[in-house]
Write a protein that binds this ligand. Sequence first.
Ligand SMILES: Cc1ncc(COP(=O)(O)O)c(C=O)c1O
Length: 358
Amino acid sequence: MKSPKSTQSIYAISPYVGGDVTPTGFVRRVVLASNENPYGPSEAVKQVVRDYTNIIHCYPSGAANNLRQAIAKSHDIDSDWLVTGNGSEDILHMLARTFAGPGDEVLIPQHGFGVYKIATLAVGATPIIVPRVNFKLTVDAIMARVTERTKIFYLDHPGNPIAHYLTNSEIDELLERMPNNVLVVFDSAYAEYMENADYHPGTKWVQKYPNVVMARSFSKAYGMANLRLGWLYAQPAIVDPIQRIRPPFNTTGISQAAGIAALNDQSWIRQCVALNQEILVKFIVNMEELKIPILSFSSNFVMAKFEDATKVYRYLGEKGLVVRPMGAYDLPNYLRITIGKAEEMNELVNVLKSCPIR
Ligand SMILES: Cc1ncc(COP(=O)(O)O)c(C=O)c1O
């Protein structure tokens, strides 16, 4: 019997595997698998969510006007240059739907965030992988892959699972060399965690270049992954076609209100980021003591290398510690470990000490 078939490129997609999968035999207790903020959102955000019940029957503001104004105020940018999304992955998909199609090429960093490839194949475009050297991207490697067909370059900034980023001067060079018909997407989902002097999330390049977009997320430092909220910042000529295809109510009223409360409580973000940094530094020392090689550039997670990562993953899981295997990212010897609370990381270090295989 015949049944409707999707296009060839849809069948080329390997569905996204998230950290919410609990393998059989695992008891989920401490989850260090999805780069979430272990402290959650601020109290103000929780209160907004609790208070929201009386208008659940009403449609939200499709354009998310109040939220866009709050983002604009918080970042000192123009609200007309903003589009909100159902998480930043929605933004990444909308960009592909708006700017790429069959016959086009989309540049994706090697070991880049899985959604880039899914979004590219979903519109029938061809993913072109930009190789890394020692886990780092270079401007030359990126530019060597640009062709007449290139439509988008998704730049993980910093990356996940490889938290490397291009420095300010490297990006200046990249944008000078990049043809301005290629959309350069700064995926800055982890920007709030980045305190390095040579890092910039992207606003200044959006203001300078008509082909630059910055995507941001409320899922990481803001601790709101379950509310699904993200946004993009770009010049009006880029925003215009995206607004035409954006699903009219792609962000809920609850998440919009929570986003405004979160932006108004920057002291919470500063506290969470400072704690993350303190615990990250200590964890790296602990891993060095255990002689477990670590790949860590910044952000709220590390990549740890093991001789048999699958066995270590299972060993940790059986003890109630869930981390993220990296086979889907072509890094089968690595486990990605989110920086959790101090007591969680101490427990992880102790379990790793007792782990017979590394
Ligand atoms: C690099 C990167 N970009 C984007 C996202 C998507 O975040 P969200 O859709 O929750 O905003 C993630 C989530 O893990 C990520 O790691």
